[in-house]
Design a protein around this ligand. Structure first.
Ligand code: ZN
Ligand code: ZN
Length: 285
């Protein structure tokens, strides 16, 4: 498996000199499994990925599958700029959950309504196929499973398994034990997510807030590093990529947060490897 980060920023794009090293584009991760191109989320990072896929295809049809974790703006706003979809030869399947009041396809079409964008979803020349997920999937050689997360709206995390390796994508999520009083319900839900990601070779996880920031943003659907480490420890994951960086956290702040995170890992005598995901970074598993 080859994972490439095309967008790592949470909530809203944050371009500029202060974020140039880690990147300002919103979530988009490419997971290549042999010949299969899987993509998670269509934040603004997917624009560059689209150009790259077209170049790699060198005139042949662009093929792939896009998985949307949830349809908040930062996770879908690059979709209309994913240019392979404008080519009639492109073959793409797009997976996501049924919305609260609308189908997945209707939700995705919403941001391309003529009020907001000049081209409507139905006019995309490639006619992408929209698939609502309601169970585990086998995508060629890749097993894809999902788990509901604790975030406003309907949100899922994914787990991709291929040739004995597993990558989990858990963004955006607030631990139940953080939002609610600790007890049977929170324990059960948090344990269920830990079981879902158990043994992952790589867990891509948000750790958007510091402990102080969390105090005033409780209920916003995001985690602190300590929360994520609790989960990683319980699930015995091997490697964790910090992701969905807060737009207020510039490069210097992210460097400092990694130092604190590594100190917490070593204070617990854990061997989990941890890094802060950067735009353009490639991880081979
Ligand atoms: Zn987000
Ligand atoms: Zn969100």
């Amino acid at each position: 498996m080859r994972v490439r980060f095309w967008g790592v920023r949470g909530s809203t794009p944050a371009p500029g000199p202060k974020t140039a090293r880690y990147g300002g584009n919103t979530p988009c991760v490419e997971i290549a499994c042999g010949d299969e191109t899987l993509i998670v989320d269509a934040g603004t990072g997917i624009r560059e990925l689209g150009l790259d896929l077209t170049q790699r295809a060198a005139g042949r049809p662009v093929k792939g599958r896009l998985f949307i974790g949830h349809t908040h703006w930062d996770h879908i706003q690059g979709f209309p700029f994913f240019t392979p979809l404008y080519l009639p030869t492109t073959k793409f399947q797009i997976y996501g959950m049924h919305g609260t009041t609308k189908s997945f396809q209707e939700v995705m079409a919403g941001q391309m309504h003529s009020t907001y964008f000049p081209v409507q979803l139905k006019d995309l020349a490639s006619k992408p196929e929209f698939i609502e997920i309601n169970g585990p999937l086998q995508v060629g050689p890749v097993k894809v499973t999902y788990h509901f997360l604790n975030h406003p709206g309907i949100t899922v995390g994914y787990r991709f398994e291929y040739e004995g390796k597993a990558v989990s994508y858990i963004s955006d999520h607030e631990p139940y034990g953080g939002l609610n009083v600790k007890g049977e319900f929170s324990d059960k839900e948090d344990t269920s997510i830990a079981k879902f990601i158990a043994g992952s070779d790589l867990m891509i996880c948000e750790a958007q807030y510091t402990a102080d920031e969390y105090k005033i943003r409780r209920g916003w659907g995001h985690s602190t590093f300590a929360d994520v480490l609790d989960l990683a420890q319980k699930a015995e994951v091997k490697r964790m990529a910090l992701f969905h960086h807060d737009p207020q956290h510039d490069d210097a702040k992210l460097d400092a947060r990694l130092v604190d995170s590594l100190a917490l890992i070593s204070s617990r005598r854990l061997t989990i490897q941890c890094f802060t995901a950067k735009e353009g970074q490639v991880v081979e598993l």
